[in-house]
Design a protein around this ligand. Structure first.
Ligand SMILES: [Zn+2]
Length: 92
């Protein structure tokens, strides 16, 4: 794993921790930083990162706090509670 990939992992953890502490804006800063690292270094964001971040408002999606997660006909539907955007992906 290269250094940019490690930074992204670390930023993901920081975003999760900040959001868990109720600091959604700080979580967003980490999410945006991680996106920037990914773009600058042409490193793909891990699937885990893409699923737990809002594409619309950059919030870290934490089920039960910033996100509502439900299952719908074989899909996981994640709704961002900050901006209302939804994303869905197949249930595994
Ligand atoms: Zn959002």
């Amino acid at each position: 794993m290269g250094i940019p990939a490690e930074r992204i992992e670390r930023l993901h953890d920081l975003a999760r921790e900040a959001t868990a502490e109720g600091d959604v804006d700080r979580g967003r800063e980490y999410v945006r930083l991680a996106r920037r690292v990914s773009e600058r270094n042409r490193v793909r964001l891990p699937r885990r990162f893409r699923r737990f971040t809002c594409d619309e408002c950059d919030a870290y999606l934490r089920p039960g706090s910033t996100a509502r997660v439900r299952l719908q006909s074989g899909h996981v539907v994640v709704r961002c509670r900050c901006c209302g955007a939804t994303k869905r992906y197949p249930y595994e």
